[in-house]
Design a protein. Structure first.
Length: 558
């Protein structure tokens, strides 16, 4: 028995990734249709379910990928930030995964069956799979991997691990039914249980590696993925090699290297010189230049991305809703999308993705209206303007052109008399600053950049973290670092997580959107596409709507 993990679910021990992870999860294709996850079971197992079936040539060549920043950890349970998750998802696999349209498909589990009341999920596991250290994958490995990630008292818990309990707060117990069957029992109904398993946070690790290396596991860990880690040169590179015993066929690339390259211009230069072959998180401003170079190419597709700015609703000028609304009216989003972001994004008016099952087109939409913004500021007692402190990352997980956007926002707000003082920090320092909230004894910020890149368009997978109440400077709640609190919104968001009936949930989210739009706890910005820039010689690589995931299993250099 593992016991009840729920007590640790909302502890603020994590840092925002993903923004975030970050975040930003029933998996549906980004900003459009639905996710084909049949009730009761999964799709048919892969033809490679009984082992490595690739009898082709041995892996060859080296592929270098530019990430937005360095990894924070090699332990999947401790990983945060899109660049970390993107890397580790090629080393560690979860029970399920996504195809390139964003649909849930079998991973290390070949099928799954929920109980009628939604309180249990039983997974049938893929057989004849081995970890990269040669030990067998089985139900016990699944249980150990989840136990050590979720339970801080587990002997193999080398945390703090913020994300496991954050994404799966309702796992009560994991039971080994037999070698190839594992059952999850929940403390309550959770409509996001299945898609949240897509995070590499829940990558299954080798129990033997845990026992052999102890607290040094992260540097020597073994997963079941197509690549295994050779070394981590912090700040420089993560070097991996092909795992030729991979159950879904040996990778075609012999060496896969991830390196941190924070500056957009540096990524372009290194693409041109061949120092890197793939760049993720490329700035939209560089796309035209890349498309004009014959040796390079750009791939794009729908993305599960939500970029916004969190306001400090606890203290300072932004405690007043009229000031928050004024700032929303003052930003020329259309101009930013066209000239800065090169039409690679769609404007956001809500916490939900446009044209999806939970989106409410009737919630308040903030058009560009400087006069309306000035009027609201005057009504709030700021006819002569005010000064705000704004914190942004230099680069990092899901942050599309963060410094450029900050400058545009600064310029737009200056036109209504609002002076913005920008503080720019490197990614890890930025996370350390904001994870404790925007109001702290060491300093207070009025607003901060955020983005969420999640595994599905289900608001339940991220919106509760950002907008549910009970968040204070003394005890921040989830990602609600701006301390937004509307009891009615909290009630609606809570109810939406207490049923698996999607139509009922949709109505609750639509009602909440109206209230959130009026309260304006965020500066609503945009939803980005999933974009990759790469050498024209790279084949077999496709952007996924889940921008935290990028599989190199079939990639090759022609």
């Amino acid at each position: 028995m593992m016991g009840n993990y729920h007590n640790w679910a909302i502890q603020k021990r994590f840092v925002s990734g993903l923004l975030f992870i970050l975040v930003f999860v029933v998996v549906l294709t980004g900003c459009s249709g639905g996710n084909n996850v049949p009730a009761g079971s999964s799709a048919a197992p892969s033809d490679a379910s009984s082992g490595n079936t690739d009898a082709g040539a041995a892996p060859s060549g080296t592929l270098v990928v530019a990430n937005e920043d360095d990894l924070n950890s090699l332990d999947p349970a401790a990983g945060y930030g899109t660049h970390t998750i993107r890397t580790l998802s090629n080393v560690y696999e979860s029970l399920i995964k996504q195809d390139d349209s964003g649909n849930i498909i079998p991973g290390l589990a070949t099928s799954w069956e929920p109980s009628a009341d939604g309180m249990e999920y039983t997974f049938k596991l893929r057989e004849n799979v081995k970890f990269q250290d040669g030990t067998p994958f089985n139900a016990e490995a699944v249980k150990i991997s989840f136990d050590r990630a979720l339970d801080p008292n587990n002997e193999y818990h080398y945390g703090p691990y913020g994300f496991p309990n954050f994404f799966e707060p309702n796992i009560k117990e994991i039971t080994v039914v037999d070698e190839a069957t594992v059952k999850f029992t929940l403390t309550q109904v959770d409509p996001t249980f299945l898609p949240n398993l897509l995070w590499s946070t829940f990558g299954i690790v080798s129990p033997e590696a845990l026992k052999t290396y102890g607290k040094d596991f992260a540097m020597h860990g073994a997963g079941t993925g197509p690549f295994q880690i050779i070394e981590w040169n912090k700040g420089t590179s993560v070097v991996t090699k092909a795992y030729e015993g991979y159950w879904d066929g040996s990778p075609k690339i012999e060496r896969l290297i991830f390196k941190p390259v924070q500056e957009d211009a540096a990524r372009l230069t290194q693409l041109q010189t061949g120092e890197i072959q793939v760049a993720a998180g490329i700035s939209p401003q560089l796309l035209e230049a890349i498309q004009g170079i014959n040796s390079l190419k750009v791939l794009s597709g729908p993305g599960l991305h939500n970029w916004f700015m969190v306001f400090n609703t606890y203290e300072g000028p932004l405690k007043d809703v009229k000031v928050r609304q004024a700032l929303n009216y003052a930003i020329n989003r259309e101009d930013m999308v066209k000239n800065l972001l090169q039409d690679t994004v769609t404007i956001s008016n809500s916490f939900a993705y446009p044209d999806t099952w939970s989106y409410n087109p009737d919630s308040l939409i903030y058009s560009y209206d400087q006069e309306k913004a000035k009027q609201l500021l005057a009504e709030a007692g700021y006819p002569d303007g005010l000064t705000l402190k704004y914190i942004v990352p230099a680069s990092g997980s899901g942050m599309i052109a963060p410094t450029q956007i900050a400058n545009v926002i600064q310029s737009d707000l200056a036109k209504i008399g609002v002076k913005v003082e920008i503080t720019t920090q490197d990614w890890n320092t930025y996370l350390s600053t904001i994870q404790a909230g925007l109001s702290q004894p060491s300093g207070t910020y009025d607003m901060a950049q955020f983005s969420w890149m999640g595994t599905s368009d289900d608001p339940g997978s991220y919106v509760n973290f950002f907008l549910q109440g009970n968040s204070t400077p003394e005890k921040p709640n989830g990602f609600n670092d701006g301390y937004y609190s509307n009891p009615k919104v909290t009630e609606l968001l809570t109810k939406a997580m207490e049923t698996i009936d999607q139509s009922a949930r949709a109505e609750l989210y639509k009602e909440a959107q109206v209230l959130v739009a009026q309260d304006a706890p965020w500066l609503f910005m945009f939803h980005a596409k999933s974009i990759l820039a790469m050498s024209a010689k790279v084949e077999g690589l496709t952007p996924n709507p889940n921008m935290n995931y990028l599989s190199f299993a079939k990639a090759e250099l022609k």
